[in-house]
Design a protein around this ligand. Sequence first.
Ligand SMILES: [Zn+2]
Length: 216
Amino acid sequence: MKKFLIPLLMFAFPVLVSGQQFPVFSVNLIEIEGKTAAQTEKMKRAAKIFERVMNDPEFQGELRSQTFKSDDDDDLITDPTAEQVIEKIYAAAELYKPEPNNTADVYWYAKKTGFWRKITDKCDTIGYGFQGQKSIYTYTCLLDEKDSMAKLVGHIAHEWSHKLGFTHRDDDDSGIDLTVPYVFGDLVARHAARWINPDYALEENFCPRIYANDCG
Ligand SMILES: [Zn+2]
């Protein structure tokens, strides 16, 4: 009987041998407010896809192979390793809700794109949030744009990572692309695209295609 014990243990815990385990991750929309019902619906779908991506082993594998580099002194961890980023992101201890709960606790609002912004910015700036505050704002120009779902999912991931304490400079310095919010947000956006049925805008009951069988 004893000689079966070791092979059995190896079989039972393969994930622990190969590296850090990813906990099941949730996205909890504590407050969500579009300017229209359609915008709110789109934000809810984006949050659902964000959650799917976070639990996707292919995304997790790619996240583990990323390189991160801080571009300011206030970053949560200076030049974090991928393992450190994964630990912080999946623990999901927001500065305003610091108990780790493997849950993105999200306060998300639409912000009307003003006339002047529409002319000068052309929706280059898609949203913002302030360090230390709960709220995330997304401009209505992005919410109203057709086929902007993947970008929207990446955006909510980017802004939410700020709530954990990850930062980047506000000017367009050359190092911005390697900071946690940008690397993480861009990777989420890229994987979100895989989960979006190209016809999602036409479907009444949207369901990411890989999960087509369990959306009900
Ligand atoms: Zn940012």
